[in-house]
Design a protein around this ligand. Sequence first.
Ligand code: ATP
Ligand code: MG
Length: 386
Amino acid sequence: MKPALLPGATLGVMGGGQLGRMFIHAAQTMGYFTAVLDPDAASPAGRVSHHHIATDYLDPQGLAQLAGLCDAITTEFENVPAPALALLADSKPVSPAASAVAIAQDRAQEKAHFVRCGVPCAPYAVIDTPEQLAAVDEALLPGILKTTRLGYDGKGQARVATRAELASAWAAMKNVPCVLEKMLPLAAECSVIVARGADGQMVHLPIQRNLHRDGILAVTEVYAENMPAAQVNSALAAAKSIASGLQYVGVLCVEFFVLQDGSLVVNEIAPRPHNSGHASLDCCDVSQFELQVRTLAGLPLVQPRQHSPALMLNLLGDLWFVRSEQSTTPPWAEVLALPGAHLHLYGKATASKGRKMGHLTLTGPTVEAVRATALQAAALLGIDAF
Ligand code: ATP
Ligand code: MG
């Protein structure tokens, strides 16, 4: 085992979005120096980091500069080019590894990994060629056609009921490699965040129950009563076997569907902290971002403890347009008058529809209290009740 990188070292992150920003906050809190590589001069993480390299992700000079500054490097979005991570790994420790990120970037490889781990996923077919399209099993319809690469927040997806719709949806996606997934009868969705060290030790955050709207996460509820114990245990076991199967080092989010018969099906993985884990900043004694710092630095992992029930509301750019067609700041002061309200804004200059501007976590002494204040906050902000 390599010795841990202690505070005072410099930790780097590929990508400057909000996940990178919250990683930087956690790293700086613990006394690390930080560096971000992101082409956007005004990126949320770049603005708060000690160093910001504003080059393309594949720029050899930018990558050399990052490797030169940092003692270890991580990533905050799964579409960071895997070759860039592989290049950085030639000179500095990188986690998660490029090989694990490459699997998470590709829905077909990701599903093949679930199958290898013996974790059930939705029935699916890979569609790379017209022959594969023609051979699709009728039993997969109605289904969802998803591009194999570069999808997020429901983008790159089409719901198809018939073979004709499938064919035209694939044509509309310019015949790029896709997977067709059977549409499953969902009762709920949930996710688990695990952190795994280089020594194979694993810890996890409490299970998160997620509500999506228009393909984007809207609400996450985190409290023991949110799911039956049997489902929680099988989600935790599945997430851990997926992480160990990848020899994963870092923070991994595993998203699940809960079907109407109560069974659990894995949806997808994210090789990084995840939007559904944000409540951990305010309701657990270790957040998903601190776990990312610890795994990257090779520090001990201690099982996180949840100290308060919590509910997270995503703050999308839409909320800036609830009260007028002109962008108007939401009523933060009223929201912050609610007990247990924790506001997180990502420092993005302009709001637009569907853009993740921040999140609000409500914590409280009981589930009932948290749900009541969350509904009040939602009403103030113009978020539909849940
Ligand atoms: P993100 O990466 O932001 O989580 P994504 O674009 O990768 O999203 P998915 O997670 O694949 O998209 O799907 C988005 C949502 O669409 C899911 O959370 C779920 O609500 C619904 N969905 C996706 N696949 C299925 C399916 N096979 N059956 C039923 N619903 C589905
Ligand atoms: Mg998803």
